[in-house]
Ligand binder design. Structure first.
Ligand SMILES: [Mg+2]
Length: 395
């Protein structure tokens, strides 16, 4: 399911005077990059990624609206939660896209087509917004189908017809095929899904691993990746480590805090979670000194978590010796609806983290890490997350 012109549709719903008018949503009042636009604007040729002056040239009546990320995130959350009424097997793919796996509820709920019609009614009831739906036997074909008719489309591609339907579709139209692997395929003259039949799966597997094999299947309408259903978030998520007794060197303490922050950030990202409240603690002979700290917005970025650790040292550490360090996310939650979607700096960090996570996933934890962690301790991690939460609550 793909919400249609999501941000622009919300603007038009919240401000009736915008209905039926060409609207462009930009990054803040002074931002000139068009994040999305209403269908009225699109009919003039206005496109996402275009600069405002270009938009005004094509469509002189184009109305600029500064983005309201918190508002969009709230609407998205309401929609996703309401869709749980249709199936619990739901993967939030982005702020305006979601996969619903209907496999397990067919007996109870009727045919898949009836179920997606109901899903659209649910979305309409809680948000009043239009969405397009693609129904098929695998995620990639369904996502492709959802793009075919907009707004308010419903496109069914029967699983056994998927291969034929995708045959002439450019590979780049499928979810996630671009960059390195896209270039590799293009260089071999493989442009459409049908062309993929000329390439042995082993070749893509050798060159690109599981991703290569997955793309080979995706092109046949046989994407093997299951819908990654939402799992209930853990109550807390933390990392702790024993330090040598009476550690009182600031640089050493900072290294331990950075190490734990890196591990926690990687774990949050791996599970698609973010948090805003973190308990930072050091254990000394007299007991555990743990205090909650808060980031400006929910985050999964190790660097931001580490900054809280430094704040802790500045606020509470007066040079005493400690022998344990702990960094815990107290309110982890799914990150599908982050409000800082538009902050360029965060986007840079997000991409950096994604690349680092991919490398570390493949070659082992901390293959790529901040240079200051080269001297980190290899002592075992000891404290269970539950323990630290108790410490924090009883303070
Ligand atoms: Mg959309």
């Amino acid at each position: 399911m793909d919400m249609n012109a999501f941000f622009a549709s919300i603007e038009q719903r919240d401000f009736p005077e915008l209905r039926g008018k060409p609207v462009a949503v930009t990054n803040g009042r002074t931002g000139t990059c068009i994040i999305t636009s209403s269908y009225e604007a699109r009919s003039y040729g206005v496109r996402t990624g275009m600069r405002l002056p270009e938009g005004w040239r094509l469509c002189p009546g184009l109305i600029q609206r500064p983005a309201r990320p918190e508002r969009y995130a709230a609407v998205s959350t309401a929609i996703m939660e309401a869709l749980l009424e249709i199936t619990p097997d739901l993967e939030i793919f982005s702020v305006d896209e979601v996969f619903l796996d209907l496999t397990r509820c067919q007996k109870a709920c009727g045919s898949p087509v009836e179920m997606v019609r109901r899903a659209r009614e649910v979305v309409s009831r809680v948000s009043g917004l239009p969405c397009s739906i693609g129904l098929s036997g695998d995620k990639t074909t369904a996502k492709y189908a959802a793009k075919l008719v907009r707004p308010n489309g419903l496109t069914v591609i029967l699983p056994w017809e998927a291969r034929a339907r995708l045959r002439d579709v450019p590979l780049t139209d499928l979810c996630g095929i671009k960059g390195g692997i896209g270039g590799y395929l293009a260089a071999r003259g493989i442009r459409t899904c049908g062309d993929m039949e000329h390439l042995p799966i082993g070749e893509l597997g050798r060159r690109f691993g599981n991703l290569g094999r997955r793309i080979w299947y995706m092109a046949q309408g046989l994407d093997p990746e299951p819908v990654q259903a939402r799992v209930p978030s853990p109550k807390s998520l933390g990392h702790g480590k024993v330090m040598p007794p009476q550690t009182r060197d600031r640089e050493t303490l900072e290294t331990y805090l950075l190490h734990m922050s890196e591990r926690l950030g990687a774990r949050l990202r791996k599970h698609g979670l973010e948090a805003q409240i973190f308990a930072i603690g050091l254990r000394r002979d007299e007991g555990f000194m743990s205090y909650p700290y808060r980031t400006l917005r929910p985050t999964d970025d190790s660097r931001e978590i580490y900054n809280l650790g430094r704040a802790y040292l500045a606020d509470h550490w007066t040079g005493w010796g400690a022998h344990q360090v702990q960094v815990t996310a107290l309110d982890p939650r799914p990150n599908g609806t982050q409000g800082d979607l538009f902050l360029r700096e965060n986007e840079k960090r997000r991409r950096l983290n994604a690349v680092m996570d991919q490398i570390n996933e493949r070659y082992g934890a901390f293959t790529l890490a901040p240079a200051s962690l080269l001297g980190r301790s290899d002592m075992p991690n000891v404290i269970s997350p539950g323990e630290i939460v108790k410490c924090c609550v009883c303070r």
